[in-house]
Design a protein around this ligand. Structure first.
Ligand code: SAM
Length: 255
């Protein structure tokens, strides 16, 4: 590692993301939402240490300064943090009902998703949400990224149509489309799928599933259509199951 840097140890300080690019010695203001978390949840005060990650993904040990109303931090030392994974896995999730999307975003962030792309399809019952909801999803991704020690915050996109989603398949080395009626299973296809792939998209349908036509259109657009096994998973479980399996396979292949 570069001279003057320290590696983060097993126990690390709470991590917060800030806007802008910074250097050691900089003093930075802490966001109101983070101030609340630092004061009320973590119960940290001036003199305590946190970790700050800036917009260029550089991480610093920082010392809190000021009082609970005007909390700032001084960047004491740059640290090496584990980079996010070299294989980038994005999750396309059909809009589920109620607060399930919050759950998917939080868990997908913990499990390393690089981006989350909500979409509508024939059987989604929820219509595209207002901008405020998307902003809220991005806040959920941010706090889950902080909590789980990610270097990057996954972006939650504004929901797109199914046709728009199909057009995006070409951006990926591999698109894995989860369809319970598929002839092939993920297990059969998996070893070859991640080889030489650096951008992967997984696609999960809504509560009512995908139609036959939608799965055929996905295959035509280049997706690998696979079943995840004999049991039907809820929509909010499927993406998480896929992320766990892919992460395991990626780790096994890079060992
Ligand atoms: N169409 C089904 C029904 O209504 O009985 C189930 C849909 S399932 C609740 C929601 C989504 O999760 C599906 O569109 C699919 O993407 C994914 N999924 C759930 N179980 C799956 C499995 N065993 N294999 C592949 N995909 C699955």
């Amino acid at each position: 590692s570069c001279k003057g840097r320290v590696s983060t140890s097993m126990t690390r300080s709470a991590r917060f993301f800030v806007q802008g690019m910074h250097e050691r010695g900089d003093r930075i203001a802490i966001d109101d939402a983070d101030v609340h978390h630092i004061n009320a949840v973590l119960r940290l005060h001036a003199g305590d240490r946190i970790e700050i990650v800036d917009s260029a993904s550089r991480a610093f040990v920082a010392e809190l300064e000021g009082d609970s109303r005007h909390l700032g931090a001084k960047l004491v030392e740059e640290v090496d943090v584990l980079p996010d994974d070299d294989v980038r896995i994005d999750v396309a999730q059909a809009l589920p009902k109620g607060a399930k999307m919050d759950f998917v975003i939080e868990k997908a962030t913990e499990l390393g998703a690089a981006a989350i792309v909500p979409f509508t399809s024939e059987r989604t019952v929820v219509r595209s949400p207002a901008g405020e909801r998307v902003a809220r999803w991005n806040r959920i991704a941010r706090s889950a990224a902080e909590q789980s020690g990610r270097r990057e915050i996954p972006v939650v996109a504004t929901p797109i149509s199914y046709a728009g989603l199909l057009r995006r398949f070409g951006e990926y080395d591999c698109t894995i489309f989860a369809w319970e009626s598929a002839n092939e299973t993920l297990r059969e296809r998996l070893p070859g799928l991640l080889r030489n792939a650096s951008r992967v998209l997984v696609v999960v349908g809504p509560e009512g599933g995908f139609t036959l036509e939608e799965s055929a259109a996905a295959r035509n657009a280049g997706a690998v259509v696979v079943s995840l096994g004999r049991r039907i998973l809820r929509t909010e479980t499927a993406a998480l199951a896929l992320l766990v399996v892919l992460d395991y396979e990626r780790a096994a292949q890079t060992e």
